[in-house]
Design a protein around this ligand. Structure first.
Ligand code: NAD
Length: 500
């Protein structure tokens, strides 16, 4: 069992039930974004040859895994969920050290993994299809789900345990084997997960881990003809490139991409509650959640009041290493992320009034990390660059509007459609908003974050390509439907002909 050690350990790939070095021999480092002198570990820079071996292992394991009854597959998922629960604190601390989110949120990330493991373990005993009446006498009609074969799993760093579990649990319980490529900013989290999967009893070859760069390992997964489905979460830019590549191969592809999520605050809102919801959604995980609130669309009548409250509370937020339980906001994940946030903040200076923040935070203990002060711009226009593009950092744009209709137009006037929320005390307005938001997730009187694993998760428009994670519908990505007709009449009965 790996312990998170002070000295960097070199970790390996997991192929065919064995921990092995990559064939290329190269490694890369994962560093702590709160203090880049702290090397979390060295990892194999996988190559297409490693992917080919992982696919071969997954292919060989596939027949026996498919033949294992789904409730029995589910029992291994239960064991994995229980192991995650047993190791929750160790996993959470490793996550905070590797990608920076504060410990309370890292524990939540692990918990999401546990929740989906248990939910999907239960699906092992459901996995329901339809049994329906036939048009013809003495005929039976039904549909069943069957696995596709090998699933490619490509994940980001921002939910480094929850997202891999959201993908691998439904894939596995449905009878697929997997080749898993995690983000190079969170390979330790992936390694710790796969260690526990091995301990839980997934047979050799059912789960394979190949760390390495997107261009090498990721593309090899997309291109491999034996991988029938790829589930990807990441940026829209990468998603689009993968989509083109997978499209040429007619490969099933689930894409979960970027967001530009809005909180709408109407003039009858509870402003204290709205302030709580906005701060948690905007600056939690340092604004690096796909559901992060990066736009507040507020009725002009209460805009200045709300901004004053947001500013006062933002001033109290403590930046630092997420391992310190008193810290509210951790670092950005890496140097390019900090540079990107800085560029958008410079653009923002021309697009709104800077209320607070606006710069990197480098004093004292922050000197060796990628810290950026939580930033708020007021008076931003709905179509401004900072109100349209995903920044993925602690930057909030406040957009004043007049009334519900203008607020809803602004909320929907972006290319993304992941989550949205409205603060109002009027039940009729709340129901209108539930109907009108063009997003996959809607919150009433809460921020834009905080999905539960038994409901579908995913976005409209450029946030994805119509698939969903979590909930029982997650099985749709990883199964083929088979319609079955059983005729026990003993004679030829022709549908649409003999029953007219
Ligand atoms: P990213 O697109 O840079 O990387 C995601 C994964 O793709 C990584 O494993 C990366 O190595 C791999 N990759 C990169 N290039 C590739 C290629 N050419 N072929 C195959 N794989 C490749 O994203 P990121 O920075 O890790 O994550 C942040 C992004 O993820 C944000 O845009 C965020 O909104 C999005 N996200 C979306 C959701 C959602 O459910 N909609 C959830 C979390 C994060």
């Amino acid at each position: 069992m790996t312990e998170v050690a002070a000295d960097p350990t070199t970790y390996q790939l997991f192929i065919a039930g064995r921990w092995v070095d990559g064939v290329g021999g190269a490694t890369f480092e994962s560093v702590n974004p709160a203090d880049t002198r702290d090397v979390v570990g060295r990892f194999q820079a996988g190559t297409p040859a490693d992917v080919a071996m992982a696919v071969r292992a997954a292919d060989m394991a596939s027949p026996a895994w498919k033949a294992t009854p789904a409730p029995k597959r589910g029992e291994i998922l239960y064991r994995f969920g229980a192991l995650m629960a047993q190791h929750k604190e160790r996993l959470a601390r490793a996550m905070t050290r590797e990608m920076g989110k504060v410990l309370a949120e890292a524990r939540g990330d692990v918990q999401e993994g546990i929740d989906i493991a248990f939910l999907m373990a239960g699906e092992g005993r459901r996995m329901s299809g339809d049994t329906v009446p036939s048009e013809l006498p003495d005929k039976w009609a039904m549909s069943i789900r069957q696995p596709l074969g090998i699933a490619g799993i490509v994940t980001p760093w921002n939910f480094p345990m929850a997202i891999p579990c959201w993908k691998m649990m439904p894939a596995l319980v449905a009878g697929n084997t997997v080749v898993f490529k995690p983000s190079s900013d969170a390979p330790l989290c992936a390694t710790l997960l796969v260690e526990l999967m091995d301990e839980a009893g997934f047979p050799a070859g059912v789960v394979n881990l190949v760390t390495g760069a997107g261009g090498d390992v990721g593309n090899a997964i997309i291109d491999n003809p034996d991988i029938r489905v790829v589930s990807f979460t990441g940026s829209s830019e990468t998603g689009r490139a993968i989509g083109e590549r997978a499209g040429r191969r007619l490969k099933r592809l689930s894409l979960e991409l970027g967001g530009k999520n809005a909180v709408v605050v109407l003039k009858d809102a509870d402003l204290d509650l709205a302030t709580d919801g906005i701060l948690w959604s905007a600056f939690g995980t340092t604004g690096q959640r796909c559901t992060a609130c990066s736009r507040v669309i507020v009725d002009r009548a209460v805009a200045d009041d709300l901004v004053a409250r947001l500013e006062a509370r933002t001033r109290t937020l403590k930046l630092g290493s997420g391992l310190d339980e008193t810290v509210d906001v951790g670092p950005l994940v890496n140097a390019p992320a900090a540079a990107k946030v800085e560029r958008y903040v410079e653009t923002g200076r021309h697009e709104g009034e800077l209320v607070i923040g606006g710069a990197r935070a480098t004093g004292g203990d922050l000197a060796h990390g990628h810290f950026f002060a939580p930033t708020i711009f007021h008076g931003v226009a709905p179509m401004a660059t900072i109100a349209q593009e995903e920044i993925f950092g602690p930057v909030l744009s406040v957009i004043p509007v007049d009334g519900y209709d203008e607020a809803m137009t602004a909320a929907n006037q972006v290319k993304f459609g992941l989550s949205a929320s409205v603060f109002t005390r009027d039940v009729n307005t709340a129901f209108r908003a539930m109907r009108d938001f063009e997003t996959g997730i809607v919150y009433i009187n809460a921020g834009t974050t905080g999905a539960e694993t038994h409901l579908p998760f995913g976005g409209w428009k450029d946030t994805g390509n119509g698939h969903r994670e979590a909930g029982h519908v997650a099985l749709d990505t990883f199964t083929e439907w088979k319609a079955i007709y059983v005729d026990f009449s003993g004679k030829l009965q022709r549908a649409q002909i003999d029953n007219q």
